[in-house]
Structures are given as structure tokens and as C-alpha cells.
Design a protein around this ligand. Structure first.
Ligand code: PEP
Length: 251
């Protein structure tokens, strides 16, 4: 089954509009000269999205993402940003379930599920993150933790056509410790098997599952070469155009 790779940058709390534009000034010419076919996504802070979208108008290789959204439509929800607003300013994807949102901001599986449903109803695409802590992995809970996150996060979602799943072991995010290609492959194969149980084999075969966690140019080739790894979600190494492109070059 061939799935087109999807390589996404997660800039987290980095890069306002001016820095983002400078990044694109270096990055776009590299992508223009690159023959690969991977989908490329940049997830920027909310206020940076309009500048990115303006600079990428007419560019069909690089899509813009938000890193979060409200599960609500509108109203008295101070500080929140709706999916409709994000769509209006040019976001096509939205990250959900990132471990930083789960652990620092206490986002539950139920809230993440509500966000996934809202994003899909808006005609946008969630990049839905799942992943276990080191304690959970070492305590033999890897499969049960992932199974719960997948089952609850995708509850009442009939089609995964517009959903990208990102497997991000929490212990590998921003730590410099990468899962071995074998660990990532084994775990992503398991994730795909859970999706086959919940949906069907055709859905599991078609859904794209990214790996995230200290991906860099030096390890991207081996990771992206694994059968069940369909791309990467990249934090630290996506902050510089050269290193993000260095990852993309391995796709
Ligand atoms: C992330 O934040 O999604 C991530 C994978 O970060 P890093 O690449 O820095 O580990």
C-alpha cells in the first residue's frame, strides 16, 4: 500500500510573522527545486498563520497548520480561536492531542475528540497526536495507553480520510532521544492494527501515521524508510530551514 508521505513542522511557541517570512525566504526555493512528492505542512503560532498563508498563496506544495483550536463554535470562551477563524486565515491542518497540550494544559481524550470532530466538520484536517510516557512504556502499558488514546480520540468519527495520526512517544519529544526505527515501526504497526479493528483494513491501510520525536536530518532516512511510518512531525529540527529541508530530502 503506498501512502504519500507527510512531513510537518511544529514550531510550537516560536516564530512571529517576520521570522516566519524569513524562514520561507530560504525554504521555498529549496522546495521549488526538490523533486520529492511528500506533503509539507508548517504548524505556526496563531498570529503567524496569516503571514505564512499570504506568502504561500498559490504555492500548492506547502500547507499551513495551526497548533490548537477550540472545540467550541463561538461565544463566551475568552482566549479561544475557532476552526472557522483558522480556516478564514488559511489553515488547512490543525494539530490535536500533542503531549504538551495533554500534559501541560490537561487536555483529555474527550476534549481532543471534540476538537477532532470540530476540525473535520469545518472541512479541515486534524494531525492527531498520540504517545506514551517512558513510565507507561517501561510499565508494560504501551498498548493499552495507545489503544485508549486512539479509541477515545477518534470516537464517533466515521471516516479517517482527512485524519493524519502522529505517533509521538513523549520520552522522545524535545529530548534528543529518538525511538529506534524498529521501536517506531513496531509501535506504528500496532497503531495501524488498532485502527483496522476500529474501522476496517482498507481504512488502516490508507491512514497516514507520522512519527514524531527528535527527528533530524541524520535519522530521518531510516525512520521514513519503515513500512508503517508515513512521514514525520518535527519540532526542534524544523526551526531552521536547512535542517527541516534536510529531513524532507530523506522523504
Ligand atoms: C513535537 O513537538 O511534535 C516534536 C516531535 O518535537 P521534537 O522534534 O523537538 O522532538
Amino acid at each position: 500500500m503506498s501512502r504519500n508521505l507527510i512531513v510537518a513542522a511544529n514550531w510550537k511557541l516560536n516564530k512571529g510573522p517576520a521570522e516566519a517570512e524569513a524562514f520561507l525566504d530560504t525554504f521555498i526555493p529549496k522546495v521549488d527545486a526538490f523533486a520529492g512528492s511528500a506533503d509539507i505542512v508548517i504548524a505556526a503560532p496563531f498570529v503567524t498563520i496569516p503571514a505564512l498563508a499570504a506568502k504561500l498563496a498559490g504555492n500548492n506544495r506547502i500547507a499551513v497548520a495551526a497548533q490548537n483550536c477550540s472545540e467550541q463554535e463561538s461565544g463566551a470562551f475568552t482566549g479561544e480561536i475557532s476552526t472557522a477563524m483558522l480556516k478564514e486565515v488559511g489553515a488547512q491542518y490543525i494539530i490535536t492531542g500533542h503531549s504538551e497540550r495533554r500534559s501541560i494544559y490537561g487536555e483529555s481524550d474527550a476534549l481532543i475528540n471534540a476538537k477532532n470532530k470540530k476540525i473535520l466538520a469545518e472541512g479541515l484536517k486534524p494531525i492527531f497526536c498520540i504517545g506514551e510516557t517512558l513510565e507507561e512504556r517501561e510499565g508494560g502499558q504501551l498498548e493499552s495507553v495507545l489503544r485508549t488514546q486512539i479509541t477515545e480520540g477518534l470516537k464517533d468519527i466515521d471516516s479517517l480520510e482527512d485524519v493524519v495520526v502522529a505517533y509521538e512517544p513523549v520520552w522522545a519529544i524535545g529530548t534528543g532521544v529518538t525511538a529506534t526505527a524498529e521501536q517506531a515501526q513496531d509501535t506504528q504497526k500496532f497503531v495501524r492494527s488498532v485502527i483496522a479493528e476500529l474501522y476496517d483494513q482498507a481504512t488502516a491501510d490508507a491512514v497516514r501515521i507520522q512519527y514524531g520525536g527528535s527527528v533530524k536530518p541524520g535519522n530521518a532516512g531510516e525512520l521514513l524508510g519503515q513500512e508503517d511510518i508515513d512521514g514525520a512531525l518535527v519540532g526542534g529540527a524544523a526551526l531552521e530551514a536547512d535542517s527541516f529541508f534536510g529531513i524532507l530530502e530523506n522523504s
